[in-house]
Design a protein. Structure first.
Length: 524
């Protein structure tokens, strides 16, 4: 600690923040200009990446006959463990592995249960990367700019995103690779390279996989790490009244130690932590929102009226229907990461013989993240603003997103901003945990699966937590955000090409469930 303090002071005196910003600015502007290139629709600029995300989600919704709605009951049963016997052993173990590729999915230690984590652990590990500051702060910004109507389009985009998550996470399990010691490696890197190879497009698949991996590594260091650490340190410093460069350094070191202890154990330990932290955070946050809604039950009809009115007939100040739609869809897409491909990396590690079983579990992720948690935030903001008037719709006010949300909660539950501060820090740490795994898998895809590569990545990741907590980031965040959403283009293209494979896997899982149920009836 004593050795690092002079370095922080030197960095401040030397203007290191500005030098880093100047270094990344040209690159951030170039990548951001390509990734977030916009076209004009009804006089509104719509980013191409948003069109790809939503277009892909609509395609998958129609192609799989609204599986994002039909399969919700099945997803709940899988998470609950109703199909564990079928899922891990098949309907007839003597018949062999029902998934293509034979022993490629098998672990050495437990022949009948491929993978490293349970369905619930895989779900919470992926949720920990998406449920975060976007749910607390991002929604408030969307509501302040787009008005209450943005909520409607946010919910719709959440439902559509469920179809994308179903497809990418099914493919993540289908094309995963397992080492001799039972460690799973999966995600878009593998289904792009191996899946497209099956389609006779090996060269294209390899190029897209490498591009995805590079973008994923950059995103893990930036948006999945430094930004989270920076925001958490800012919240802690502000609420605790800490000042000076040393406060960020100390907070960064503490967070790095916490994250380091967890990520050393790999996806198994990450899953065991997130299965406890994510439900805890969600219950407290959603519970508080429900209390506020119950205490303002008389305003609920009016709030829904404002939401529907704003969604379809907003006044000119809010930018018209297209403008509100863009704000709502963008917030949902950027919150749940459906179509980005990142969650498929975590879901690939699940214990299952049937890839589609994890696909149906994954579709719950946008539902929980966007349809439930983001909507709860939006309803609290709209309802409390009816009397409070602290948000002027159509403009981004002086208050930041998290301050707006804190004001809304505090207006009903005094001092809840302290709970939000704790939630923001926990959200940030849990996001770092999952993104460390995403980046590590991409790193190993490029540099090999050896111990040296594993250790090198984890050391760099922990170092960037301290850096992110200690300096202002500026262009670094714009750069990393662009890298994360650059992942969309190869991922969605690959998903569309491989969609028939997902339909085959869903048919196999449905057949196994029917055969398993029939066997149980006969046995009784």
């Amino acid at each position: 600690m004593a050795l690092l303090l002079p370095l922080i002071n030197f960095a401040a005196e030397a203007g290191l923040d500005q030098k880093i910003d100047n270094f990344f600015r040209p690159v951030a502007d170039f990548i951001g200009g390509v990734v977030f290139y916009s076209i004009s629709i009804a006089d509104k600029s719509v980013p191409i990446v948003l069109i790809v995300l939503i277009g892909g989600a609509i395609f998958f919704t129609l192609y799989f006959k609204f599986a994002n709605f039909r399969l919700i009951p099945m997803a709940i049963r899988v998470v609950r463990g109703d199909y564990d016997a079928i899922d891990q052993h098949g309907t007839d173990p003597a018949a062999g592995d029902p998934t293509p590729g034979g022993d490629v999915f098998e672990t050495i230690a437990v022949e009948s249960a491929e993978g490293e984590v349970t369905h619930f652990q895989a779900l919470t590990a992926a949720l920990s990367a998406t449920v975060g500051l976007g749910n607390i702060a991002g929604v408030a910004v969307a509501i302040s700019i787009g008005g209450p109507g943005a909520t409607f389009w946010m919910i719709l985009a959440g439902f559509l995103g469920m179809a994308s998550k179903f497809v990418e996470c099914t493919l993540g399990v289908k094309y995963r690779e397992v080492t001799e010691d039972g460690v799973v490696h999966g995600g878009p890197m593998y289904y792009l390279s191996n899946g497209l190879k099956e389609k006779g497009m090996a060269g294209l698949g390899k190029i897209m996989a490498v591009f995805f991996a590079i973008m994923c590594i950059g995103g893990s260091f930036g948006g999945g790490n430094m930004f989270q650490a920076n925001q958490a340190a800012e919240q802690l410093s502000g609420k605790l009244g800490l000042t000076g460069g040393a406060s960020g350094l100390i907070i960064g070191i503490v967070m790095a130690l916490i994250v380091g202890v967890v990520i050393i154990g790999g996806i198994k330990r990450i899953g065991s932590v997130t299965e406890k932290v994510v439900p805890f955070m969600a219950v407290i946050y959603v519970g508080a929102a429900l209390v506020i809604l119950a205490m303002n039950v008389g305003h609920i009809p009016e709030a829904f009226g404002l939401i529907f009115e704003g969604a379809f007939a907003p006044d000119a100040a809010l930018g018209g229907v297209i403008g509100v739609l863009i704000v709502g869809f963008q917030r949902a897409a950027f919150s749940n990461e459906a179509g980005v491909g990142s969650a498929a990396i975590a879901h690939s590690a699940v214990k299952t013989k049937y890839p589609a079983s994890e696909g149906v579990v994954a579709l719950l992720e946008p539902f929980i993240d966007t349809v439930v948690i983001c909507t709860m935030t939006a309803l609290v903001l709209v309802i409390t603003n009816i009397d409070g008037g602290f948000i002027e719709y159509g403009e981004k006010g002086a208050l930041g997103g998290i301050e707006l949300t804190a004001t809304a909660f505090n207006s009903v539950i005094p001092y809840f901003d302290w709970v939000l501060m704790i939630a923001a820090v926990l959200f940030a740490i849990s996001t770092m945990l999952s993104w460390s795994y995403y980046g590590l898998q991409a790193w190993k895809y490029l540099f090999g699966k050896g111990k040296a590569a594993d250790t090198a990545y984890k050391f760099i990741f922990l170092f960037f937590i301290v850096v992110g907590s200690s300096i202002s980031l500026g262009a670094v965040i714009e750069f990393s955000d662009a890298m994360i959403f650059a992942m969309v283009f190869p991922n969605v293209i690959g998903l569309i090409i491989l969609a028939p494979k997902v339909r085959e896997e869903l048919g196999k899982f449905n057949k196994a469930i029917k055969e398993g149920n029939s066997a149980n009836i006969k046995a009784q």
